[in-house]
Design a protein around this ligand. Structure first.
Ligand code: SAM
Ligand code: SF4
Length: 333
């Protein structure tokens, strides 16, 4: 009989069985809150995980009890070998999911189906074409909207990620929730988070409470209800009383969910980040290339995880400014 798997556990007893792999730092959009205005420094291809390395490292995590893998980036679908990686990871005994900006999703519908992907997260921060194109500094709004429809028509569970920013798109909270009335999708409002090069400021965030208040004011506070949250879910979920879809709020800034965190991040250049907000990284790729034991490195990296928000429980503006972290596009959201 084979030995039971010893799970990856941190110093606070949290079991980690969810791996988010960034496939690339490149992207076909330039969302200002994610990609620094000057872009990201181009590095040699050899500094990043190849398709084979990504797959082999993922297998090690699966052997340590990882049950879910999400592909992200940058834009995961612009990675040259994206199709091959998705198909190979689809053969592993995990729930495979993806977060994409949907610009080229139409080329991947069959690949997703064949790899057993059921749920696709798509980022869309505005329902107004001009505004969306301003935020993303490109002109793909119509293509993205068409691809969201295509995903729904093809039976995928679609979650729309909306980063809510003061004086930018908070006036669209009600429009996004109204979208869930007749359409079976899940809208998730995400508080604006600080990363290098995105000019974050406490004043630009729209809090959990403010988002709920806006829904109540616009649609009536008796017209939506709280629904159950899945275990380890970072989203607090709601639905309109007569809604086909649902909506939720991810409040990493004002109301974090660190106590149930089960996430491990692997960057495109093969570093483990044990928390989105942590500057601490473990170089797994170099160790893998030197045939070293990466299992102990993985366990050690997670064991060192801080209790809350990368060691900034207060999350004051000063803490955040002092803290050296990468830009979101180079971490993988
Ligand atoms: N390119 C894909 C996409 O946009 O969905 C995947 C990568 S993107 C970095 C993953 C998620 O991170 C997106 O939903 C994006 O909106 C979110 N994100 C990026 N920067 C953020 C920030 N500063 N605050 C909150 N969410 C952010
Ligand atoms: Fe690209 Fe996604 Fe970042 Fe926008 S949020 S720049 S689509 S990686």
């Amino acid at each position: 009989m084979s030995e039971p798997i010893k799970p990856i556990v941190d110093g606070f007893g949290r079991k980690h069985d969810y791996l988010r792999i960034s496939l690339t730092e490149r992207c076909n959009l330039r969302c200002f809150y994610c990609m620094p205005e000057e872009g990201v420094k181009l590095r040699d291809k050899s500094e990043f995980m190849s398709a084979e390395e990504t797959i082999e490292i993922a297998k090690v995590f699966v052997g340590l009890g990882v049950k879910k893998i999400r592909l992200t980036g940058g834009e995961p679908l612009v990675k040259n070998d994206a199709e091959y990686i998705i198909r190979e990871l689809g053969k592993l005994p995990v729930e495979l999911a993806i977060t994409t900006n949907a610009v080229i999703v139409h080329r991947f519908i069959d690949v997703f189906k064949e790899a057993g992907i059921h749920s696709v997260n798509v980022s869309l921060d505005s329902l107004k074409e001009e505004r969306f194109n301003d935020i993303s500094r490109r002109n793909y709004f119509k293509q993205i909207k068409d691809n969201i429809d295509l995903l729904i028509e093809n039976g995928f569970h679609v979650k729309i990620n909306v980063v809510v920013i003061k004086d930018l798109n908070e006036d669209e909270i009600v429009d996004f929730v109204t979208w869930t009335q007749k359409t079976n999708l899940h809208v998730r409002f995400i508080e604006f988070m600080p990363f290098d090069g995105n000019n974050w400021n406490w004043d630009k965030k729209v809090s959990f409470k403010e988002i709920l208040a806006a829904v109540g004011l616009g649609l009536g506070k008796d017209n939506f209800i709280k629904i159950e949250d899945a275990p380890n879910d970072t989203t607090r979920n709601y639905k309109l009383v007569d809604g086909k879809g649902t909506f939720g709020i991810i409040s990493s800034v004002t109301n974090p969910f660190c106590d149930t965190c089960n996430r491990i991040r692997l960057t495109a250049d093969g570093k483990i980040k044990n928390c989105l907000f942590s500057a601490y990284e473990t170089d797994l790729l170099s160790a893998f290339r030197s045939n070293l034991d990466i299992e102990s490195l993985i366990r050690d990296a997670i064991h060192k995880k801080e209790k809350e928000r990368g060691g900034m429980p207060e999350f004051s503006h000063e803490d955040v400014l002092k803290h050296n972290n990468r830009s979101m596009i180079t971490i993988g959201g």
